[in-house]
Ligand binder design. Structure first.
Ligand SMILES: N=CN[C@@H](CCC(=O)O)C(=O)O
Ligand SMILES: [Zn+2]
Length: 422
């Protein structure tokens, strides 16, 4: 019998979970499953077919053939990261805004000065589909080198039909040619386009953009799985947000929206009403909102880079975990928070949001996979899931969080194929 990969004798084989739990909450998030001296076998389809102690796996596969064997003695292995929130398709450079923010400008002040999303929209509208794809590819390469094997990725820098669909086409094409797997999200309601009111923008989305999305999806040109809205004062407020999310849901999209970032907008409460899958940001979430999220359940996708770069108070991660909200992590990679590194995000989650390292790992793997509805195949190293992994050059896996900036990543593996080696 022939297999694609044999990971042999990892000092720590961090499977994250066992028994195919779809996600973890509360105290469960403080425990990651680890097999000491662990081995793992991936079949030719890229799926894990066996995991266990080397003393059991070794003899069982003595006569098997492998395309690749990685001796992981003295090393640790963890699942590839699932980045739960990114905006990786854009043109234009906003490094000048970083200087403005360092000098004290707020996110809204930058936006009001014609910067922020508006700036990126202007550049992204002008770029061709091929140009956007060639800007996206090196970003995905950089994510991969930092251990990310799957991302959620949004449109949202078009704010009109053609550019929004162009962005979704770019994501669809990239998913076919790049090892980083992409779950795409339609975010036509990221900001109010210049010259429109929120009501007009909402109407355009519901009556014009969403029908086109459905047409292109049926034609196999795009593959959005989620619908998103930036629910915020001066952007899309409660009624418009509800209308857009419901219209997306009616097309079979999962609701996964930006909420309670700069102002309290009753996001958790709305998520309960609409049975939303996920809310991102949540810096200003209410106690009631968190309780509703725990009960629904709605995943909380926390983005510590936003609080860091904008000097905001970080979201109440500890309280969310205490209340049983399933917490996930995302890089929020975008021209405002230019971060392509989940190890850095996990480090920030620990230091700024007081999560422990086990919680951070679960939030960056199994739970973020669950926020995208793919935790039956992604997010932990269990039989029947894809062989997406990181080999760390250290006998203890926590070094990937602890060693800032240049974590000791030796290999990144997607579906059993080594796609990056140091
Ligand atoms: N808050 C809204 N959207 C993005 C920022 C987008 C931008 O500034 O270009 C976010 O998630 O942080
Ligand atoms: Zn975002």
């Amino acid at each position: 019998m022939k297999y694609k990969l044999y990971i042999k004798n990892a000092t720590q084989l961090v499977t994250v979970s066992k028994d195919n739990k779809p996600f973890l909450v509360g105290k469960e998030m403080s425990n990651v499953e680890i097999i000491e001296n662990g081995s793992l076998i991936v079949d030719e389809k890229g799926v894990i077919v066996d995991v266990g102690k080397e003393q059991d796996i070794g003899p069982k596969y003595r006569d098997a053939e492998f395309e690749r064997v990685i001796d992981a003695s003295g090393k640790s292995v963890i699942p590839g990261f699932v980045d739960g929130h990114t905006h990786p398709v854009f043109a234009g450079d906003r490094v000048h805004e970083f200087a403005m923010k360092l000098a004290g400008a707020t996110y809204l002040e930058v936006q009001q000065a014609g910067g922020g999303i508006t700036f990126t929209v202007n550049h992204t509208r002008q770029a061709s589909e091929d140009e956007l794809l060639s800007l996206l590819q090196p970003r995905l390469d950089r994510m991969l080198r930092q251990g990310t094997t799957t991302i959620e990725a949004k449109s949202g820098y078009g704010l009109e039909k053609d550019t929004e669909m162009k962005m979704l086409k770019v994501l669809h094409r990239a998913n076919k040619i790049h090892p980083v797997e992409i779950v795409s999200t339609y975010l036509g309601a990221h900001s109010i386009p210049k010259g429109s009111t929120a009501a007009q923008a909402t109407q355009d989305i519901v009556e014009n953009q969403l029908p086109e999305l459905a047409r292109l999806r049926a034609a196999g040109e795009i593959s959005p799985a989620n619908i998103d809205v930036f629910l915020e004062k001066g952007f899309f407020e409660l009624d418009d947000t509800r209308r857009i999310l419901e219209a997306g849901k009616a097309l079979g999209l999962e609701i996964n929206f930006h909420g309670d970032e700069l102002s309290y907008m009753a996001s958790g409460e709305l998520a309960g009403e609409l049975k939303a899958r996920a809310i991102s940001h949540l810096e200003k979430v209410s106690e009631e909102g968190m309780k509703t999220m725990a009960a629904t359940p709605t995943f909380g996708v926390l983005l510590p880079t936003t609080a860091y770069v904008l000097r905001l108070e970080a979201p109440p991660a500890r309280r969310m975990i205490e209340l049983g909200v399933p917490v996930c992590l995302g890089s929020d990679f975008n021209p405002n928070a230019h971060c392509l590194s989940m190890p850095f995000v996990m480090n920030l989650a620990c230091v700024l949001m007081k999560m422990n390292m086990n919680e951070s790992l679960i939030a960056a793997t199994l739970n973020s996979a669950a926020s995208l509805n793919i935790s039956n195949t992604h997010g932990s190293l269990e039989v029947n899931k894809f062989g997406d992994m990181i080999v760390i050059d250290s006998p203890r896996w926590e070094h990937i969080i602890y060693e800032m900036v240049d974590p000791p990543i030796l290999n990144v593996i997607k579906k059993g194929t080594v796609v990056f080696s140091k």
